[in-house]
Design a protein around this ligand. Structure first.
Ligand SMILES: CC(C)(COP(=O)(O)OP(=O)(O)OC[C@H]1O[C@@H](n2cnc3c(N)ncnc32)[C@H](O)[C@@H]1OP(=O)(O)O)[C@@H](O)C(=O)NCCC(=O)NCCS
Length: 183
């Protein structure tokens, strides 16, 4: 693993003592977004999925927790997955599960560290993010990191009684490298 530490947060593997807390974020409507649907039905299934993720590039299980440098403990989780059987692109997802920890720059820095890690550990040339058009923080996070909006999928996600459009964002390896080291 590379140096997964920024100025505000680090990414690190989940510890068994925090599995239950992370699992509960997924079933908390306050914490999770409609995108966070991977959740398994049972805690046992969740723990099993964590074990299987290392050998499954398509796994939606969390890959890292987000931990503030100033206060130990997980406030969120991030992951990456190969979403298409042919296209060679890696998709990212992210969840700051503790609502009090939102809006502090943790999500944006965590996702930047995750992009670094994906490009460092794989040969892909594109990393993508998808977000509900109504999810302003998520879309701003992607745009703030330099992801380019590539299109909008119409009626691609059903929640709250209706179909929602979804923006797709991407950043290429060259574009990411051209941003240079971040503060
Ligand atoms: C989306 C999420 C990860 C963002 O993480 P965060 O730590 O709260 O966000 P940050 O503080 O890093 O801010 C990221 C950007 O969003 C903006 N932002 C944050 N909260 C915002 C809010 N409530 N309203 C509008 N913009 C907001 C920030 O200003 C920043 O944009 P900037 O770089 O242009 O200034 C977090 O809100 C979350 O976990 N939401 C629930 C799960 C979710 O939606 N996941 C994504 C599914 S696609």
């Amino acid at each position: 693993m590379g140096r997964l530490e920024g100025t505000k947060v680090r990414l690190r593997p989940l510890e068994p003592a925090e599995f239950r807390r992370v699992f509960e974020w997924y079933s908390d409507a306050e914490a999770a977004s409609p995108f966070d649907r991977y959740v398994t039905d049972t805690f046992e299934g969740f723990v099993r999925s964590l074990g299987e993720a290392a050998s499954d590039p398509a796994s939606l299980a969390p890959r890292f927790v987000v931990e503030p440098l100033s206060s130990p403990g997980a406030v969120g989780v991030v992951g990456h997955f190969v979403s298409h059987p042919v296209l060679e692109s890696v998709e990212l997802w992210y969840l700051i599960g503790d609502p009090k920890s939102r809006g502090l720059g943790y999500g944006k820095e965590a996702v930047g560290l995750l992009v670094d890690e994906v490009y460092r550990t794989s040969a892909v040339a594109r990393v993508g993010i998808s977000c509900d058009v109504d999810n302003v923080p998520s879309c701003r996070l992607a745009e703030g990191l330099g992801f380019r909006r590539e299109g909008t999928l119409r009626a691609a996600l059903f929640h709250h009684g209706r179909w929602h459009d979804v923006h797709t964002y991407g950043i290429t390896r060259e574009e990411w490298a051209a941003r240079g080291p971040r503060a």
